[in-house]
Design a binder for this molecule. Structure first.
Ligand code: NDP
Ligand code: X2W
Length: 349
């Protein structure tokens, strides 16, 4: 059986990446491709790398154009998806790459986004440990008809730290996360601080001091894994590369926790997960190794002087961090094998 999918935001980075993956997906046929200011354009003019789809014409992102498909991918700016999703039939699988349906707390939503809270959908990170028993988020995604794709920084931060919180090995306060992202994380629209001459050969932090909107999203996932409230300090930085995220997360370990115990917890958490790998001891992950793949690579060490675990995680922000994670979640929603159409191999050099 083949399912049909509409993709909105098809002129953007996230929508383009969804199309790249769906073009090689044996169970999904691409239907309408939606855009906004670029409606009416040939896809080939905006996404020249999507060769087999070059002659598709972008349509307006309207309910009429998106309806009539089994699946609708929304890859729109924050705030644009909730109104559209609300008008799509309840049996349609709607997957939102934006933030509109990620947060449970209306208060957090108000503080970080400042608009009306649209509600909460199942969170599209299948491997995420959601309790102390090791239950996974994928159980919430089987047969789901509404899915919220995580933010790209939360994907890497949650995969990095959830095993330690779920196993009761980490203290819930004094968690520090610093992450570097490639520029595609900011989307395709022109922004003065993202001009090539500003970004090339330079790195800079932003959203410093707990101001980034992914702070409550990371806290929400870690608190669920820990079974208690976790508080983090999160600092994003912009790195001069088109794609990739390197997240470094550190947390104080509980009294008496050894390096072996930590390693065992992370290894057992991901032993059965094909898209998340704890690298062999002593090998530290690099963004290049996951470029173009739906893979997250991790490594960890105990810093005994500081009494902290240090975990690094790399992902491709546009694949595992958005479009790959979205397709993986949709596969679960449709009852397809979870890895259908997804690539584990990266592109190198
Ligand atoms: N980039 C990333 O790494 C990640 C992105 N996301 C999320 O995915 C979503 C898309 O991001 P990204 O692709 O990076 O952004 P882009 O700026 O690259 O693309 C935005 C897309 O949305 C369309 N659009 C803009 N305004 C509207 C509107 N009012 N109604 C309908 N469509 C509209 C644009 O169409 P047009 O060009 O025709 O105007 C374009 O196709 C965002 O919510 C983002 O937060 C999530 C995780 C990671
Ligand atoms: C480099 C960069 O600018 N990154 C984006 C995050 C992109 C993403 O994953 O998040 P959302 O889906 O929540 O927008 C940012 O910090 O706003």
């Amino acid at each position: 059986m083949t399912f049909s999918a509409a993709v909105s935001g098809a002129s953007g980075y996230a929508g383009g990446e969804v199309l790249r993956i769906l073009a090689g997906h044996p169970g999904i046929e691409i239907g309408a491709v939606g855009a906004h200011s670029n409606a009416g354009q040939r896809l080939g003019e905006l996404q020249p790398h999507l060769h087999s789809l070059a002659d598709r014409v972008l349509v307006d992102t309207t309910v009429e154009n998106l309806a009539g498909h089994d699946v609708v991918f929304l890859a729109l700016p924050h705030g644009a998806s909730a109104a559209i999703a609300a008008q799509l039939p309840p049996e349609t699988v709607v997957i939102d790459a934006g933030a509109d349906h990620r947060l449970e707390s209306a208060e957090d939503w108000d503080q970080f986004y400042g608009s009306a809270h649209a509600g909460t959908w199942p969170y599209g990170l299948p491997e995420l440990i959601v309790d102390g028993e090791g239950a996974r988020q994928r159980e919430q995604l089987r047969g789901a008809t509404r899915i919220a794709v995580p933010g790209c920084y939360p994907t890497s931060a949650l995969l990095a730290l959830a095993p330690g919180f779920a196993a009761g090995l980490l203290e819930p306060e004094d968690v520090v996360i610093v992450a570097a992202s490639g520029t595609s994380g900011a989307g395709r629209a022109v922004k003065p601080h993202l001009l090539g001459s500003e970004v090339m050969g330079s790195m800079a932090p932003y959203g410093v001091g707990g101001a980034h909107r992914h702070t409550p999203e990371i806290e929400q996932g870690l608190s669920r894994a820990a079974g208690e409230r976790v508080r983090i300090s999160f600092t994003p930085t912009l790195a001069p590369m088109p794609r990739g995220i390197l997240t470094t997360a550190t947390a104080r370990v509980a009294e008496g926790v050894t390096a072996d115990r930590l390693r065992e917890a992370w290894l057992s958490a991901y032993a059965a997960e094909q898209f998340v790998t704890v690298l062999p001891e002593g090998t530290w992950p690099a963004t290049k190794s996951v470029a173009g793949s739906n893979h997250a690579q991790l490594q960890l060490a105990l810093d005994p002087r500081a009494g902290r675990v240090v975990v690094t995680c790399v992902i491709d922000n546009l694949v595992k961090g958005t479009a790959g994670g979205a397709v993986q979640s949709v596969n679960l929603a449709l009852g397809l094998p979870e890895d259908t159409g997804l690539n584990l191999q990266g592109v190198a050099p």
